[in-house]
Design a protein around this ligand. Sequence first.
Ligand SMILES: Cc1cc2nc3c(=O)[nH]c(=O)nc-3n(C[C@H](O)[C@H](O)[C@H](O)COP(=O)(O)O)c2cc1C
Length: 272
Amino acid sequence: MSQIIIDKKNCTRCNICATVCVMNIIDKDADSGYPTIPPEKVDYCFKCGHCEAFCPQKVLTLDFLPCEKINYTSSEARIDPQKLALYIKQRRSVRHFKSKPVEKELIASIIDVARYAASGGNGQPVKWLVIHNPQEVKQIAGLTIDWMRIIQNTSHPLAGYVSVLITAWDNGVDLICHNAPHLLFAHTPTDPIDDPTEAIIALTHVDIASPAFGIGTCWAGFVKMALDAYKPLKDLLLIPEGRNAACPMLFGYSSYKVTSIPRRNPIDITWR
Ligand SMILES: Cc1cc2nc3c(=O)[nH]c(=O)nc-3n(C[C@H](O)[C@H](O)[C@H](O)COP(=O)(O)O)c2cc1C
């Protein structure tokens, strides 16, 4: 069970931690104004560490694992192994985007990094679809919700989770595409083997490279599930015949800066 610990002396009560909380379980205390997790919501914390990672004052601790907070300065320019490890560890899923569009040239520069990704036999099978129009991203989120309404009262493994997403959508909150301005698809051939590995590797390059270009990303797993099952979404996206899209990626300029790195489970290695 995790709880947030706040250094009240230095907390400005901005409550950005509450805003970025994926499960929306951090409340602003009505009397003091400090962020707090009510006891009945504590079990819903999935320990992503975003409350810590986005705290501008670095005064919040999520107390579920031993503290191993990594502090860093932006003046470290050289990419030595430590610098690279730090850069990769500070990548976070971004779910709060500015409405300002990302320039197509910049998007192409980021995707260009993924051109050098590994592929079987250097086959380079990955092709890209960029949904640059924010209205179309919204439409994709809406169709994903339409699909969720269909599976809501079925035995689908996601059925128990979708009502909260549907209710949020009906109240004007987009938990599917998080009001992201853009959505990126990577697709690979289904023939001779339908294997998304190379698309996922390429997208992971984009995920890792994007922060260096000032861009935030978030994998859109719900959209992927809907795309695999719901014809109206397939018809809208028009992934070319004989090709399959991997889990797409939301991206845009982030509203908030990542200021620290959340804890993770200890590494689990079997040595032989
Ligand atoms: C395959 C995959 C699908 C995901 N789908 C979603 C999604 O639909 N919505 C969302 O908000 N986050 C999604 N995420 C982001 C995860 O929740 C996130 O990576 C995790 O909480 C760890 O946080 P971090 O990326 O900031 O380290 C997805 C991540 C992966 C790898």
